[in-house]
Design a protein around this ligand. Structure first.
Ligand code: MN
Length: 424
């Protein structure tokens, strides 16, 4: 489904006057508002190919209607999101769920929709139909060298797909670990994993990066071989300058101070980027900002501070991606909400008075420091984010547009009500 530009312009016209009043009031309160707007316009969040269908749990899956049934339709969906918010200009593919049959055609379609190919993702957490050896007891860590070799070759194969598409990074998330004490020799598992990663690293093209993602638990419940940021950083440091640590918000133990982790990884020049989601208990795959919006703001606050300290470009120097997929919402509506939450937290972080905050920190003025952060967090910046969308040709209110214009209904008409997207 292609969205005609004039439909968005018409919608924006209806809401322009009310928006303008709110924006002008807000703009008068913000220093360097034009600079902030440009940063919001430049910022893009990648959409993973597996988030476009309704997610499931191990108990069941309740597929929605009009879900994309092919890679082409997944690109269409991300193109639709991008047309609505102009902030979703990239797609992240999962191999082997989304192997292109024709690279040139897929690249042409993406270009037409204004989309880039973000990091490619390997999969050694499940066995594929025609796979020779099983990953039941791990992949890159496996005690059997032949299994490790198969997993290494898969990762190198994923890099080759990425090269064809114009991706520049490989994300490795391992489900490797153990479920019971005594099952694994931790040191040997680490060494095997490191050696496997070294072989994958050696296959990276010159201008590529590898992101080592960590997760505290699940599917293994006693130990994970890349279980936290310390372990990931160990691998990244041992691998070399093209290896980085990737932070997935849902992959921590409860109450972990993620903003501090982010700050220190940035300081070390080893932060790859983000997988955004939210959770109440652990890896719940919920909509970004739906449970802990203040934490999201505090993370962005450290990101902006840390990136500025290193002279980094917010839009291009880290990888930004949503990684969430759950059971009960329309996936496109969910993604619109997630991108909005990310843009809002980023806008808040951009408007923190850093001079004042720094002065409060230097003076041990704890109360003032808290006031500065919370004043910013409690300021409603939604008109600022909407203005950035307006200026980039997106819809002032993407979710409202999606519903009023009955876009899901149009997709169901086109694709049918019994389509199931590949993925989790
Ligand atoms: Mn992730």
């Amino acid at each position: 489904m292609v969205l005609e530009k004039n439909r968005i312009a018409e919608f924006n016209g209806l809401h322009a006057a009310a928006h303008q009043r709110k924006f002008e009031f807000l703009a008068s309160e913000i220093n360097n508002v034009e600079d902030v707007l440009q940063k919001l316009i430049d910022f893009q969040v990648a959409i993973p190919s597996w988030a476009l269908g309704t997610g499931g749990t191990r108990f069941g899956r309740f597929a929605g209607a009009g879900e994309p049934g092919s890679l082409e339709q997944k690109l269409e969906d991300v193109g639709l999101l991008h047309a609505l918010n102009q902030s979703s200009g990239a797609i992240s593919l999962h191999i082997p769920w989304d192997i292109p049959e024709n690279y040139a055609a897929i690249k042409a379609q993406a270009a037409q929709l204004g989309l880039q190919f973000d990091a490619v993702n390997s999969n050694t957490f499940q066995d594929q139909k025609d796979q020779e050896l099983s990953y039941k007891f791990g992949s890159l860590q496996h005690v059997n060298k032949a299994v490790r070799k198969q997993a290494i070759e898969h990762n190198i194969d994923v890099i080759k797909h990425g090269v064809e598409l114009g991706s520049k990074s490989l994300t490795v998330w391992l489900s490797d670990g153990s479920c019971f004490p005594g099952q694994l020799n931790f040191r040997k598992a680490f060494q095997n994993t490191l050696e496997s990663l070294q072989e994958i690293y050696a296959a990276l093209p010159e201008d590529w990066k590898v992101f080592v993602e960590y997760k505290a638990f699940e599917p293994n419940f006693y130990s994970m071989t890349v279980g936290d940021w310390g372990q990931s950083l160990l691998y990244a440091n041992k691998l070399g300058p093209k290896a980085y640590t990737l932070v997935d918000l849902g992959h921590h133990l409860p109450n972990a101070n993620i903003e501090q982790i982010v700050s220190l990884l940035l300081m070390e020049g080893k932060l790859a980027g983000f997988h955004f989601n939210d959770s109440k208990y652990g890896d719940d795959d919920l909509t970004v900002g739906s449970i802990k919006p203040y934490q999201l703001f505090l993370i962005f606050n450290e990101l902006v501070e840390g990136m500025d300290a290193r002279g980094m470009d917010h839009a291009t120097d880290l990888g930004w991606m949503i990684d969430a997929s759950h059971n009960v919402k329309d996936p496109l509506e969910d993604l619109l909400q997630s991108v909005e939450a990310i843009m809002l937290a980023y806008a808040q972080a951009l408007t923190v008075d850093r001079k004042q905050l720094n002065a409060a920190q230097e003076a041990n003025d704890v109360v003032a420091a808290q006031e500065i952060l919370q004043n910013t967090f409690r300021t409603d910046l939604r008109p600022l984010v909407a203005e950035a969308r307006l200026r980039s040709g997106a819809a002032l209110y993407p979710l409202q547009f999606f519903r009023e214009q009955k876009l899901r209904e149009a997709l169901i008409k086109e694709r049918g009500s019994k389509t199931v997207a590949t993925g989790l």
